[in-house]
Write a protein that binds this ligand. Structure first.
Ligand SMILES: *Cc1c(COP(=O)(O)O)cnc(C)c1O
Length: 402
């Protein structure tokens, strides 16, 4: 029996690898969270975290995972019996819908298959049909981490505007924040939800919710019960109230480091790196799929997300067996999520990742596929390397020296 040794390139759709810089920043003794040093750090975090959302609006920080962020959005914007619209994009739009229903919200959906992104025209039609303007909010998932599909947030915003509908536009960016461009203010998004453990390269534990003035205004009159999640309580000005209690200090130390790292690289470069690495994954997977054992879940190339790639297994592919074969060599192969569990596998490519991690993981996955006797096309690694080589023509040795 082989023991798992060596680094695990955790190409997971969350939690993702945590940089040593972030781990080191978190590895320290607790501090007095109401002392001047921590308050100064915290005040700066609340300002600087806005840059990740590309917004000037307030960002609320919950000591929670992404689900906590979801609940915070619903509890602050809605009242019992309110109606909302949820374009169906996959596992995570279902999850947010189920949570809303549990809170007493009436949910309408724009039905869709899980292999293409939602068509903004259908969103517009659904909103036009709401002549009494009963729909209070549209919940929209940017990247569905199960289907691997990225939806067009800008087009969705335009659809809402074209319908002249006043619904608040709330975007789940948990799997796209700091991987894929989503300028909150430029695109006039009312609410954007994130979480620490995906593109933000941190351990799970922070739910982040950016809310613009319209959303903050709506939270003054919405009547769903809330206290911990209450935005109005959190902006009253007291340091303690911003966190509704003890600050998640160590996560704040980590977040400081993450914000510095993102600023050093530059957000646009972060997005470009994700695109480049995702393209390499897709190039390899497309070659594998020539063998017919599995296919890319996202049917349209332009709708394949730069955060995660999801493969739909054919009837003869045992995903669990592949995962089990990978584990002894410390290779992680992502499971399918929600109702895609067992029927798909995933390669996450978000956060603290680079070319060697991508190439190493792809090669190791191919090794497992070959050992398992899965029919795959030949030349996937070549295709991945060629994709990366073509993506960086400016970074030749000669240029790098300049
Ligand atoms: C991971 C994820 C969630 C859930 O986040 P948790 O931190 O697991 O609660 C929600 N939406 C999307 C798009 C996700 O990727």
């Amino acid at each position: 029996m082989q023991s798992a040794r060596g680094f695990q390139f955790l190409l997971s759709p969350g939690p993702t690898p945590v940089p040593d810089r972030v781990l080191n920043a978190m590895h320290r003794q607790s501090v007095d969270f109401s002392g001047p040093d921590f308050i100064a750090l915290s005040d700066k975090i609340f300002e600087d975290v806005k840059s990740v959302f590309q917004t000037k609006s307030v960002v609320h920080i919950y000591t929670s995972n992404g689900h906590g962020g979801w609940e915070g959005v619903l509890a602050n914007l809605l009242s019992p019996g309110d109606e909302i619209l949820i374009p169906e994009v996959g596992v995570f739009s279902e999850g947010w819908r189920d949570m809303a229903q549990a809170l007493g919200i009436v949910c309408r959906t724009v039905p869709n298959d899980w292999r293409t992104a939602i068509d903004a025209n259908r969103l517009e039609e659904a909103l036009r049909a709401d002549v009494d303007r009963k729909i209070k909010a549209v919940l929209f998932t940017h990247v569905d981490t199960a289907t691997g599909i990225v939806s067009d947030v800008k087009a969705a915003r335009q659809a809402i505007d074209a319908a002249g509908h006043p619904a608040l536009f709330c975007v789940d960016a948990i799997a796209s924040l700091a991987t894929t461009d989503l300028p909150m203010d430029a695109w006039n998004l009312d609410v954007v939800v994130g979480a620490s453990q995906k593109g933000l390269m941190m351990p799970p534990g922070l739910g982040l919710v950016a809310a613009n003035d319209r959303a903050m205004e709506a939270s003054k009159t919405a009547t769903l019960p809330r206290r911990y999640f209450d935005w109005q309580e959190r902006i009253k000005g007291m340091h303690y109230q911003r966190y509704a209690g003890t600050a998640p200090e160590h996560h704040i130390f980590g977040l400081r480091e993450v914000l510095d790292m993102l600023a050093e690289e530059g957000l646009q470069n972060v997005f470009a790196r994700h695109r480049r690495l995702a393209d390499a994954v897709r190039a390899a997977v497309e070659v594998w799929t020539e063998g017919g054992a599995f296919e890319l879940n996202a049917l349209r190339p332009e709708q394949r997300s730069d955060s995660v790639t999801s493969m739909l297994a054919g009837p003869n592919l045992d995903v669990g067996a592949l995962q089990a074969m990978g584990r002894p060599m410390n290779l992680y192969i992502g499971s399918g999520a929600g109702s895609m569990s067992g029927k798909s596998f995933r390669i996450g490519h978000m956060g603290f990742i680079n070319e060697p991690m991508i190439l190493g993981s792809l090669a190791a996955i191919e090794l497992v596929l070959r050992r398992a006797g899965v029919a795959i096309g030949q030349g996937a690694m070549d295709a991945a390397i060629a994709s990366l080589a073509a993506a960086e023509p400016a970074r030749t040795m000669a240029n790098a020296a300049e």
